[in-house]
Design a protein around this ligand. Structure first.
Ligand code: DX5
Ligand code: ZN
Length: 221
């Protein structure tokens, strides 16, 4: 398991002042950028041009979470836009191995996401192709949803598979992560934590990033 990392989602930040919003969380390891196309999920955010402008406005690396159809065709643009990590959904990829290799060879970390009802078992042999696995803990599409405890066994099984293969793939959780739920995720084996509403609805977002980190670290032996 890697060290604990916190990646605040800007989905619940003020879209009219994104550069300033990102400036409020200097302690974040990454900035989580939720890209939605109104097809893969029933919500629409932004595309590569906007992401490129955001990348230029901060020194913190961008962690793009692509909730978009036809990932094979659309994901490489986010590497070009300057994202250091690009996550595609396996449900939207026709050739996930080829896509992960393409993302890596273009110079970004390659990551694959699973919706809550998508099992990990069919993808065990694919894990060495990935720098990170994202296990969604809400149905993707919106911030501020309630954490789904039913995803915890999958996190545990995914971490056990990684241990079995002797690989250090990062395991990210996204959706409903807060001071109340982060320990459960860390205990199950997650090491990269997305938090949207928990961070951006806090009076002091950077203090919340530190508090989330401390709580996740507290379950490590
Ligand atoms: C949901 C997004 C998440 C979301 C997290 O589709 O992928 O990144 O913004 O927001 P919270 O932490 O509020 O669930
Ligand atoms: Zn996300």
């Amino acid at each position: 398991m890697g060290h604990i990392q916190i990646t605040p989602s800007i989905l619940n930040a003020d879209f009219g002042r994104l550069a300033e919003e990102v400036g409020r969380i200097p302690g974040a390891d990454w900035i989580h950028v939720d890209v939605m196309d109104n097809h893969f999920v029933p919500n629409l955010t932004f595309g590569p041009t906007m992401v490129e402008a955001l990348a230029r406005s901060t020194d913190t690396p961008l962690d793009a979470h692509l909730m978009i159809d036809d990932a094979d065709r659309n994901a490489p643009a986010y590497v070009e836009a300057g994202c250091a990590s690009v996550t595609f959904h396996v449900e939207a990829a026709r050739a996930p191995v080829r896509l992960a290799r393409e993302i890596r060879s273009a110079g970004a970390r390659a990551s694959m996401a699973l919706k809550p009802a998508t099992p990990i078992e069919p993808y065990e042999d694919l894990l060495p192709e990935l720098d990170m696995l994202l296990i969604m803990t809400v149905e993707p599409g919106f911030g501020g949803q309630r954490f789904l405890d039913l995803c915890l066994p999958k996190i545990r099984r995914a971490r056990a598979m990684m241990d079995k293969h002797g690989i250090e793939t990062w395991l990210q959780v996204d959706g409903g992560v807060s001071l109340d739920t982060i320990e459960r995720c860390a205990e199950a084996g997650a090491d990269v934590f997305v938090a949207g509403s928990a961070v951006f609805s806090a009076d002091d977002p950077d203090a919340m990033v530190a508090a989330l980190r401390a709580r996740a670290e507290s379950v490590r032996d």
